[in-house]
Design a protein around this ligand. Structure first.
Ligand code: PGA
Length: 254
């Protein structure tokens, strides 16, 4: 039986220093020469200033790059914000939206994140739409209720757009698993992904390339277990994506 191919999204957050990014990319390029088929499975999401540098550095490597967020506005007097148009302009292929750090630290609402999805669709840029409950919501049994509220604006954005991008990724990241070393119970995770797939297929049957990712403390010690969960198509990796060796161990090929 052919082995399942997963997506690996590196979310560098504001952790990767400029001077460390290029050595990482050099190692990645060398490694991809041996495994060219992997490039189309890896998406690196650096901070904005590094997007263009990575695009240039990676011109010969079949590897995707993505931004970590975008503005809900198309253009205008929004100092400090970056439009979907300009993210495409530097050659990015994907954009994370709705990451819990943006939801909490920047007070981004579900509605605003839905508008961001529309901005990305207008530019035919593939979103990686992040969802996930807090520890409090998890313990109160409100995981699905929270996720449904987070997904509603995405579903609305998809249904009203005619500019559908080629791939829609939804990343489930329980907030209590991000950067904590904890991962959810595997049975629960399996049930959640089965439900998520069913929910999304029911509400957006028109989307063809839909990938469901898991994120939150993914590392080389738990990746084998996580890969065994049915319904997971890939991983969103924070801390363990900053070191090339660690990242390579997660992808799993020498
Ligand atoms: P982590 O972060 O892998 O460090 O838990 C994941 C994320 O926040 O995307």
């Amino acid at each position: 039986m052919q082995q399942k191919q997963f997506f690996y999204v590196a979310n560098w957050k504001m952790n990767m220093k400029t001077e460390s990014a290029l050595p990482f990319i050099d190692q990645a390029k060398e490694w991809l020469q041996k495994h060219p088929q992997l490039g189309k499975r890896i998406i690196i999401c650096p901070s904005y200033p590094l997007l263009l540098a990575l695009k240039i550095e990676l011109a010969d490597a079949a590897l995707y790059i993505g931004a970590q967020n975008c503005s809900e506005h198309s253009s205008g007097a929004y100092t400090g914000q970056v439009s979907a148009h300009d993210i495409v302009g530097v050659g990015a292929d994907f954009c994370l939206i709705g990451h819990s750090e943006c939801r909490t630290l920047l007070n981004e609402s579900n509605e605003a994140i839905g508008i961001k999805a529309t901005r990305l669709f207008e530019q035919r840029l593939n979103p990686i739409f992040c969802i996930g409950e807090s520890a409090q919501e998890y313990h109160a049994g409100q995981t699905k209720t929270t996720i449904v509220k987070q997904l509603e604006p995405l579903i609305h954005a998809v249904l009203k757009t005619t500019e559908r991008p080629s791939a829609l990724m939804v990343a489930y990241e329980p907030i209590w698993a991000i950067g904590t070393g904890k991962i959810p119970d595997i049975q629960e995770l399996q049930q959640l992904f089965a439900w998520l797939k069913e929910y999304l297929s029911l509400h957006i049957p028109t989307i063809q390339n839909m990938y469901l990712l898991y994120g939150g403390s993914v590392d080389s010690s738990n990746i084998a277990t996580l890969k065994s969960v049915q319904g997971i198509d890939g991983f969103l990796i924070g801390g363990a994506s900053l070191d090339f060796q660690k990242f390579k161990n997660i992808v799993g090929l020498e």
